[in-house]
Write a protein that binds this ligand. Sequence first.
Ligand code: PLP
Length: 402
Amino acid sequence: MSFFADSVNRISPSQTIAMSTKARELKAQGRNIIDLSAGEPDLPTPDNVKSAGIKAITDGKTRYTDVDGIPELKAAVVAKFKRENGLDYKPAQVSIGTGGKQVLFNALSCTLNPGDEVVIPSPCWVSYVDIVRLGGGTPVFAECKFEDGYRLQPQTLDAAITANTKWFVFNAPCNPSGAAYTRAQLKALTEVLMAPKNRHVWVLTDDMYEHLIYDDLAFYTPAQVEPGLYERTLTMNGLSKTYCMTGWRMGYGAGPEPLIKTMCKLQSQSTSNPSSISQWAAVEALNGPQDFIARNAQIFKERRDLVVSMLNQAKGVKCPKPEGAFYVYPSCAGVIGKTSAKGSKIKTDQDFTLALLEEEGVACVHGAAFAMSPYFRLSYAASTAELEEACKRIQRFCGNVR
Ligand SMILES: Cc1ncc(COP(=O)(O)O)c(C=O)c1O
């Protein structure tokens, strides 16, 4: 009899975290490492939000709260959905979690039974895959091709859906590809979900990168463009990326009340409430000034333009220009099958990222970690100077492969 549960044997540790850990180890050995593997903004949490967290502590708001969020934060989330997405939710339809990750985890864990399938466009944030497996479900990948700008095509979605499909997970702007959709492109996907044969499929939309969208592209979420989906959609979002609050662990979702109630039941028997202090900081973040969001997005847009231009000058690398998030997902197909300057054979995208880290001190994450090869993800949540230097090193590495 195995000591460890079968469920945990079905999952793997996060490969993104594995790469960041390796980069940190090399740094500790004194190597000059530029770490572009992490998925978090390098910009600070706004001062008014920090102050609200401090005030919560001094005011003694340091006790257990309602399991899935204080009424003040639920009200702020309801107002946010109305203001920014034109969606009407009641507080009882809102769930607050310890990061968006917990909201996703709760929703999938509450609904998946063995045999249930979850359609996940790939490349994808890999936690979806492992959370589905942990819950006993089966991930089904719907490939988003390089030549389509990594956007999911309606016919690919339709072909991935079977009678066993329980959820369709949608994430745009996407981690890792940065792909985002026009209203018309999103509408074409929602039409697939409205087809009579697909009406059993629920939508889990991960809108985490909503405000990191560039070139005047407007953000839309599925239940907004197709109100017919409202009754089978969980609209998930969080404060980690938009408000630069990764460490505060604040995420939320809204959807039909029976789902939200069941998620609350699960949370009551696992973590209970998210941090009371973070919840009060989140109230301020959502209700307070929002003008810094556009300023941050402009900073990321300029970095994106720099990185795309420099990576396209690296031999064997092709980098499409993503519409959002803070990642690029270039192809490294032109380097596969070659040998690096220091003699490493590059057979896979993992060999590529490992040799790049060893030989040039640049940490990126290989595409296989996001279920699509041969590519790599580079996060441009770093200073312009670091990005310029990293891209120069990538150009040198690729120029020297034989
Ligand atoms: C696409 C996506 N969804 C969800 C999350 C989870 O964010 P958090 O748990 O910090 O709210 C992340 C974080 O990297 C992400 O990239």
